[in-house]
Design a protein around this ligand. Structure first.
Ligand code: FO1
Length: 318
């Protein structure tokens, strides 16, 4: 089993590449749920949905989230009826949230519901939420504290951030299957997702970080930052606000206790020595994933590195 830690859009590109390179049934994807939020009474899990839609071949290739060709009739009507509908939920996407919320109201756990939805959409990979307990990413700005989606979508990450925390993390438990997947993995891949608000919440669930440190699997990460900026989104700003350098070196620092290898942009080759001083090997290469061919190429490189690093032959790898 190849285990992947990921957030939404950035991570989904590598997940798509990996699913093209190996049998998708060999992939277990552990997803961030810190971005989850309730909109119009419906439980929305954006990162789980982005990964599910990507692997189902349904995702919007331009936006990177939502369903390709979706319409927004329900949202328009919600706005007409006086709702503050700033989070762009498409009509087909609404069906996912309605189903999930109904199943949750009937007592279902997020893990079971995620598994049911991915099967119904024809996804062969296992998709696990990091936890069935509610962990909420909260962003402290100079104007006050807001949810992650308020910061990311409503505010378009303009606010000056002073801190990020994960409400509920301390008392949360890893979702069923998460620790076993990490301990039994043949390789673990940390996607080029935001280290603070995508991978950070996963690592904040008690037991996950220590399982990563304990696992014998080779662990390969891909930097979401080239130079001093994120390839997309506000990772660089949030890293600075959380006391890390806004660079691939800062990314390495976030994962220094468990990562074996970090792929960084060719532009960042000069960071090699500083990252190696953290006991992490560096591969400077082309880490941009503009199209499907780039995603497959990067996935191949990541898998080849994991295979090289592993002390035993990996069955899931080509
Ligand atoms: N991202 C946006 O930038 N704007 C949106 O209106 C938006 C809506 C949305 C709806 C459903 C969904 O599953 C994801 C959506 N996203 C949207 C993406 C999402 O907010 C972020 O990409 C993740 O939370 C960060 O990983």
């Amino acid at each position: 089993m190849i285990v992947v830690l990921t957030g939404g859009t950035g991570g989904a590109k590598l997940v798509e590449g990996l699913a093209g390179e190996i049998d998708p049934a060999e992939l277990t994807i552990i997803c961030n749920t810190g971005d989850d939020a309730v909109f119009h009474g419906l439980y929305v899990s954006p990162d789980i949905d982005t990964i599910t839609y990507t692997l189902a071949g349904l995702s919007d290739p331009v936006k990177g989230w939502g369903i390709a060709g979706d319409t927004f009739t329900v949202l328009e009507q919600l706005n007409r009826l006086g709702n503050d509908a700033w989070f762009n939920l498409g009509d087909k996407d609404f069906a996912t949230h309605i189903s999930r919320t109904r199943l949750m109201n009937e007592g279902g756990k997020l893990t079971e519901i995620t598994d049911r939805i991915r099967r119904l959409l024809g996804v062969q990979s296992t998709i696990l939420p990091m936890s069935d307990d509610r962990v909420e990413t909260r962003v402290t700005t100079t104007q006050g504290e807001i949810s992650f989606q308020e910061y990311f979508v409503k505010d378009r990450w303009r606010a000056e951030v002073t801190a990020v925390h994960f409400a509920g993390a301390a008392s949360s438990r890893p979702a069923p299957g998460v620790i076993a997947a990490i301990l039994n993995a043949e390789a673990i891949i940390v996607c080029p997702s935001n280290p603070i608000t995508s991978i950070g919440p996963i690592l904040a669930v008690p037991g996950i970080r220590s399982a990563l440190a304990e696992s014998a699997a080779p662990m390969v990460g891909v930097s979401p930052i080239i130079g001093a900026s994120a390839i997309s989104g506000p990772a660089h700003k949030l890293m600075l606000a959380s006391g890390f350098k806004a660079s691939a070196l800062g990314v390495a620092d976030c994962y220094r206790d468990f990562l074996d290898m970090l792929l960084v942009g060719a532009e960042d080759a000069a960071l090699r020595e500083a990252i190696e001083n953290l006991d992490i090997n560096v591969i400077a290469t082309d880490i941009r994933m503009a199209d499907r061919a780039h995603r497959r190429r990067l996935a191949r490189e990541v898998l080849a590195l994991a295979r090289k690093w592993s002390r035993k032959p990996l069955s899931g790898l080509p």
